[in-house]
Write a protein that binds this ligand. Structure first.
Ligand SMILES: C[S@@+](CC[C@H](N)C(=O)[O-])C[C@H]1O[C@@H](n2cnc3c(N)ncnc32)[C@H](O)[C@@H]1O
Length: 304
């Protein structure tokens, strides 16, 4: 195969294709179709030959007379079922990352770390055939998993728009030119300076960080660098709903927290004609000192 067929393509399923099988309880299974192979689960057995040649959405019976539905997987189906090394960026955050970093066709995006390749798949889709994604990953084992996932999702061959480099993104950014730098790693503040070298003015840095201290350090580093402006942090909550006849209400469970997104625009330094530094209430050192002081009920007076 040269690439995966889009879900919703009016063509029968062929050997080598990835499919997602869903049983009556809503359990999902990711399967690569191979002539002569069998799929086994609690629901029973289905020979792959029973699936090859079907069209999407058909229900197939197992040898235990249970029905499963076959569909081509969406990127979300794939990411939720693919093999993982590192924690992945989930679809709700992927969507916001693409929006907040304005990743669009033709963009060159530098990403680190590649981890399991989940965010890589979203970035590759967004940059399209005219863009480029360069993914850095420090660990060999994670890089191997990311490569395998990207290849598998793309029908066995990674897109020509993707380059995976095993190594430290801080060193790797030297000499690169990127419209966007997207960071999902422990210490994004350590990458802020190198990213500013690779991003031209107007470019965007985005850091995905699970904890508040990471947001604080990253934000501080962005302002301290002097080559960024418009530094913002958001968090995305998606609340699923149960909709069943008249019983329509929010689901009992939701994912309450994944991570924060911090974005910043690259600008020239002040000496090169860039904007003035922001008027901030507190620098981080002051914030740390403040924890030992009595709580104030009024907003602090703006410094400067
Ligand atoms: C949470 S995972 C990334 C998951 C990935 N975004 C995904 O959606 O599958 C973080 C990865 O960053 C890698 N990493 C940490 N520091 C790095 C650095 N300086 N350069 C490159 N990769 C780094 C780690 O090895 C780890 O695999």
């Amino acid at each position: 195969m040269t690439g995966p067929l889009l879900p919703g393509t009016d063509a029968p399923l062929v050997p080598g294709e990835l499919v997602v099988l869903t049983d009556r309880k809503g359990r999902r299974y990711l399967v690569t179709l191979e002539p002569g192979a069998e799929w086994h689960s609690h629901a029973g057995v289905v020979p792959h030959d029973e699936l090859i040649g079907r069209t999407e959405g058909q229900a197939v019976r197992t040898n235990r007379n249970m029905e499963v539905v076959v569909l081509r997987p969406t990127r979300e189906d794939f990411v939720l079922k693919m093999k993982r090394g590192a924690q992945v960026v989930y679809p709700k955050d992927q969507a916001m990352i693409l929006a907040a970093a304005d990743v669009r066709p033709g963009c060159t995006v530098v990403e680190a770390g590649a981890g399991s390749g989940a965010l890589t798949l979203a970035l590759l889709a967004a940059v399209g055939p005219t863009g480029r994604v360069v993914s850095f990953e420090l660990r060999d084992d994670h890089a191997a998993i990311a490569r395998r996932n990207v290849e598998r999702f793309h029908g066995g061959t990674p897109p020509a728009t993707w380059e995976l480099r095993v190594g430290d993104v801080i060193e790797g950014l030297a000499g690169l030119h990127a419209h966007r730098v997207v960071l999902d790693l422990l210490e994004p503040w350590a990458v802020v300076g190198a990213a500013a070298e690779a991003l031209p003015p107007g470019g965007i840095l985005l850091a995905y960080t699970p904890t508040v201290p990471q947001v604080m350090r990253c934000t501080e580093a962005l302002w301290e660098d002097g080559r960024y402006t418009d530094v913002r942090t958001t968090e995305t909550l998606v609340r699923p709903w149960d909709v069943d006849g008249l019983a329509v209400r929010p689901a009992h469970r939701m994912v309450a927290h994944t991570a924060f997104l911090t974005t910043a625009r690259r600008v020239p330094a002040r000496d090169d004609g860039g904007p003035p530094p922001p008027r901030r209430r507190t620098a981080m050192a002051v914030t740390e000192a403040a924890v030992t002081e009595p709580a104030v009920t009024e907003p602090a007076v703006t410094a400067g």
